[in-house]
Design a binder for this molecule. Sequence first.
Ligand code: CO
Length: 169
Amino acid sequence: MEIVTYPNKILKQISKPVERFDNELHKLLDDMYQIMVNNQGVGLAAIQVAVPLRAVIIDIGNEEGEQGEKTKLEIINPEFLEWNGSQKDTEGCLSVPDYFDDVERYANVKVKFYDRFGNEHIKDADGLLSVAFQHETDHLDGHLFVEKLDYIKRKKFEKEWKKKLKQKR
Ligand code: CO
């Protein structure tokens, strides 16, 4: 399992709802968590490992920044019920490695989702968790955070990214 990076077209796919909460899903979620933690991420959508399913992992860690079972969230088929206010925070993405920029998001969201066993949950989120919910759900609809940058920043990003890809070759 490898992380798909920009500008791979896979990232533009719209992911399909999860229908079976079976061992295959559990294995996917376990593998996703491992790869996310290994890459020092706080969120990962299944499409980032080329699986077009509406499954997301978020772990923003505790107050000491430690990630683990207590802070891990497995989010299947998320749906926003409410969204309010706005906040601007620096975001990054494992599919856009080493690029960080400020993005405007809703401040508070209320999300309905399912866990790996198909149990329904409703959660209110603010701060970083709210950002993570919005960033990861965007992935499920084929969107990346860099699309939210203003025109000039976006152009600058594209230019820098092309340069970086060339250097890698
Ligand atoms: Co991302």
